[in-house]
Design a protein around this ligand. Structure first.
Ligand SMILES: Cc1cc2nc3c(=O)[nH]c(=O)nc-3n(C[C@H](O)[C@H](O)[C@H](O)COP(=O)(O)O)c2cc1C
Length: 195
């Protein structure tokens, strides 16, 4: 069965990220084509990345980094819960991504974001980062407004439109996740190259 991680994007006390991740998981449970699991970056207590060598040279040296690497390797695709901090993704999510390489290469991703402008600016930054990491990111996404989808900017109140917006993002993610599984299996090796 295809496995999709729903990855939180922030770690602060009182964050919305985990609440929204759990909402996505509840919605996605209706989707029979994959298994979904919330992966909370806060659980891994990742140090600010200070490894001697880049991820492409080998596994992280810290126990926290190794646990994070092993967990992210388990999945075929990812839904990133994207909080917008200073018009970008959080430092915590960027730090967590910097630990990774082969764990996510040739996999697929979708986004659920939030902020005063729906988190759209942060998602655009994340798309650039994931392109460098060879993650195929789908077009359809869900954006929550801090003004309209939260009471007093604090209580998450998604309406039916949110569920409707999530459906095409999930469909595109499953399609591209399956396509990237074939890529990883070598179905599309360059012409003339060894399989
Ligand atoms: C350091 C910081 C910077 C922020 N910068 C922005 C921003 O640039 N644009 C925006 O729409 N919201 C911004 N916000 C508001 C957050 O998007 C909002 O608080 C959101 O709930 C944060 O996600 P979290 O609850 O999962 O931590 C910022 C919040 C923090 C803490």
């Amino acid at each position: 069965m295809t496995k999709i991680a729903i990855v939180t994007g922030s770690v602060r006390p009182g964050r919305q990220s985990l609440t929204i991740a759990e909402w996505v998981k509840a919605q996605a449970a209706e989707h029979a084509a994959a298994e979904f699991e919330v992966v909370d970056i806060a659980d891994f207590n990742l140090p600010v990345w200070a490894e001697a060598t880049p991820p492409s040279w080998g596994a992280p040296q810290t126990a926290e980094g190794q646990a994070w690497s092993a967990k992210m390797s388990e999945f075929d695709g990812y839904i990133f819960i994207v909080s917008e901090y200073n018009h970008s993704i959080t430092g915590a999510l960027k730090n967590a991504l910097d630990y990774l390489g082969s764990e996510v290469n040739n996999k697929a991703a979708a986004f659920v974001s939030y902020g005063s402008a729906g988190g759209a600016r942060a998602v655009e930054h994340l798309r650039g980062i994931l392109s460098e990491m060879q993650v195929a990111h789908v077009r359809a996404s869900v954006q929550f407004s801090l003004f309209h989808d939260f009471e007093n900017f604090a209580t998450f109140t998604p309406g039916p439109a949110a569920t409707e917006a999530l459906a095409p993002a999930l469909d595109q993610l499953i399609t591209w996740t399956k396509a990237m599984e074939a890529v990883r299996e070598g179905a599309f090796s360059p012409v003339g190259a060894e399989a």
